[in-house]
Design a protein around this ligand. Structure first.
Ligand SMILES: C[S@@+](CC[C@H](N)C(=O)[O-])C[C@H]1O[C@@H](n2cnc3c(N)ncnc32)[C@H](O)[C@@H]1O
Length: 228
């Protein structure tokens, strides 16, 4: 991020001057965070962050989104429960436990923002995405972080290795474009095609924006320059 960009980014300003509990974030995340979440500041939104750590990032989101926001932290470590405060609730559970994730989604209700910053293992990232993304609010924003673990053997990663979250996400690119298939046996419209409007890849981060989507249409406007 340029120095100018840093000055204009209230989330980054909070982070570097952090008056609260410990936060651990990669510095290059702050530009995409503000680009994709800035429109939700001051709104009555619900943010769920997987991975509470010392609770500081939950305080940061609360400060950034404002007094109408509800912040929910999820962690496997029961000690994190003590980080609850005004506007901040904590759920204790394993982000790879699908029944837990369904209980979480039912209990929390409409989720507008997900920050997935938990254990960063492939099964955890995939289970959390599959159980939560399709239950988010219609214009939700899903942020999966630290995807560099898809390249790290100790997390189950490896370049172009089957089963990594990055390989899983590459297949979602096909689903985003599935309306244009010429071979429905190879590629067909699914829930992701119908519910995701865009995918934004950054270093170690994928941001998926939701929105109900029908079959795309195109047309022509203006005067022809040549006989048609
Ligand atoms: C990278 S830290 C989170 C950093 C925090 N979001 C921040 O910005 O400061 C990862 C957290 O994920 C939690 N975690 C690890 N495995 C988990 C799992 N299977 N389910 C839920 N949380 C998990 C750890 O207990 C730890 O608190």
């Amino acid at each position: 991020m340029s120095d100018e960009g840093k000055d204009a980014n209230p989330l980054y300003s909070y982070f570097v001057n952090n008056p609260g509990r410990l936060i651990h974030k990669w510095l290059h995340y702050f530009e995409p965070y503000h680009r994709h979440l800035g429109r939700l500041r001051g709104e009555a939104v619900t943010l769920v962050e997987f991975g509470v750590f010392h609770g500081g990032s939950l305080q940061m989101w609360k400060h950034y989104l404002g007094s109408r926001a509800r912040i929910v932290g999820v962690d496997i470590d029961p000690a994190c429960k003590t980080f609850e405060e005004d506007q901040v609730q904590i759920w204790i559970g394993d982000q790879e436990d699908r029944p837990f994730l369904r209980r979480l989604a039912d209990g929390v209700g409409s989720i507008d923002i997900v920050i997935e910053d938990g254990g960063h293992r492939m099964g955890q990232q995939i289970a959390t995405f599959e159980e939560i993304f399709y239950r988010m609010s219609e214009s939700g924003v899903y942020i999966a972080e630290d995807l560099h673990t898809s390249y790290w053997a100790e997390y189950g990663g490896g370049a172009r290795r089957t089963g990594t979250f990055i390989e899983y996400a590459k297949a979602l690119i096909d689903q985003l474009n599935a309306w244009h298939t010429q071979n429905p046996e190879q590629l067909s419209v699914d829930d992701f095609t119908l519910q995701a409007t865009s995918m934004h890849f950054y270093d170690s981060m994928l941001i998926i924006e939701r929105g109900e989507r029908g079959e795309p249409r195109h047309t022509q406007t203006g005067r022809p320059s040549f006989p048609t």
